[in-house]
Design a protein around this ligand. Structure first.
Ligand code: GTP
Length: 389
């Protein structure tokens, strides 16, 4: 009898426990989402919203309404890269035409006087071509006009076109080093570091360049090493997400940019991507500080993969004023190529020539608008045709 009583008590306790556990809705937390760099430079993953279990299969009577699962944003297809500069040439012609049109007007006069040659020189200097290249261009034109003597509009245009092309220098190697490299039997991504003063268009250029690479079928990882401006990492993440490219960033404003750059390159190497593009902050006007920061970023990157390209972003609208900054970056950062942005907004296209001369490195890309695909590989012939209108 006592045994039977104990059996009933145990069964009762078990029933109460089972009913209690059925009312508990388990909460699951999944780790995943955008990759962020931890304060120590190690990668951490976070920012994933909490998920509740599917109400249809969850135990218990309660049905918790859930918001519909967000649909993944549809990926954009970047515009083809070939012929971009031709497509954008009209824009260039509109902004650069004062140079070409004024030169052609003067050169077409019947007898060119010294005043005419002075006017040509002034026009070239106003377009920021620089005194040296302007002198060379005029010297060559004088000789050809004297020797050839021809004056019809087509011949004059052809003369000017040829001499402008010579100073823009079609022989410079403008290819971007974006091919993965073999290091000790391991394939490493090509690393492109993007530098320049603030506001020149670095972040935008990294975003647009990612699209250029995606359009060419390359896989890309972005590194948001501009940790100075909090919005820069968000801006970059948005650019990347639009074309399915991952951004490695820090969750902390003011984090060590070198740590983020290292994480981005390590992520790219681990995931076997073709190219890692690293955006940097541009606020260090002081040469020693700049040298320290860029030196550290370069050192940590090269521990993981060779640095293929250092692109200096320059705002074409600042013209000769931007040259001083360009020289400082040229000295401290080992620049291998120039990206000239905002060429759509200036008649000072001659800066292409001046900056190449000053730094001894080629303009490789030009920004010709605020649209996502308004970045084009620089083509000297298309550029000169744009200037001539
Ligand atoms: N018209 C025009 N605007 C451009 C071009 N490239 C960039 N911009 C604009 O320039 C502004 C600054 O661009 P950002 O990419 O934020 O510049 P940043 O150098 O990263 O700036 P910091 O992060 O402050 O150093 C933005 O409004 C861009 O849309 C271009 O080729 N043409």
């Amino acid at each position: 009898m006592t045994d039977l009583l104990w059996l009933w008590i145990v069964l009762g306790v078990l029933l109460v426990a089972a009913a209690g556990s059925a009312l508990v809705v388990p909460r699951l937390r999944r780790r995943g989402g955008s990759r962020t760099s931890g304060p120590d430079g190690g990668t951490a993953v976070e920012q994933e919203p909490e998920r509740t279990t599917d109400p249809a299969t969850a135990p218990g009577p309660q049905v918790v309404p859930t918001a519909p699962a967000p649909t993944a944003p549809s990926l954009e297809t970047p515009a083809p890269v070939a012929g971009r500069m031709v497509r954008l040439r009209d824009r260039l012609a509109r902004s650069g035409s004062p140079l070409g049109a004024r030169l052609l007007t003067v050169l077409s006069r019947d007898h060119l006087t010294e005043d005419d040659w002075d006017e040509l020189e002034e026009t070239l200097l106003l377009a920021d071509i620089g005194a040296g290249p302007a002198g060379e261009l005029l010297e060559a034109l004088r000789t050809r006009v004297r020797v050839e003597g021809a004056k019809d509009a087509a011949t004059v245009r052809e003369l000017l076109r040829a001499e402008l092309l010579t100073v823009v220098d079609p022989t410079m190697d403008r290819t971007l080093a974006t091919t993965p490299q073999q290091v000790d039997g391991t394939t490493k991504p090509a690393v492109v570091l993007v530098v320049g003063v603030n506001g020149t268009g670095k972040t935008t250029t990294v975003g647009k360049l990612a699209r250029v690479l995606v359009a060419e079928g390359r896989s890309v990882v972005l590194g948001a090493a501009d940790t100075f401006r909090a919005a820069a990492a968000d801006q970059l993440t948005t650019w990347g997400a639009r074309v399915g490219v991952e951004t490695v960033r820090s969750d902390r404003e003011g984090a060590d940019p070198a740590a983020v750059a290292f994480d981005a390159v390590a992520t790219g190497a681990r995931d076997g991507v073709d190219v890692v593009l690293v955006d940097t902050a541009g606020r260090l006007q002081n040469k020693a500080g700049l040298m320290d920061e860029l030196g550290k970023i370069t050192r940590v990157i090269t521990r993981e993969a060779p640095l293929g390209e250092v692109l200096l972003v320059l705002d074409a609208t600042t013209g000769q004023n931007g040259m001083q900054q360009a020289k400082v970056f040229g000295e401290v950062a080992g620049v291998t190529g120039i990206v000239l942005t905002k060429l759509d907004g200036t008649a000072k296209g001659g800066i292409v020539v001046a900056v190449q001369r000053e730094l001894g490195v080629p303009v490789k890309l030009v920004g010709l608008g605020e649209g996502p695909d308004d970045l084009a590989p620089f083509d000297p012939e298309d550029f000169v045709d744009g200037l001539l209108g």
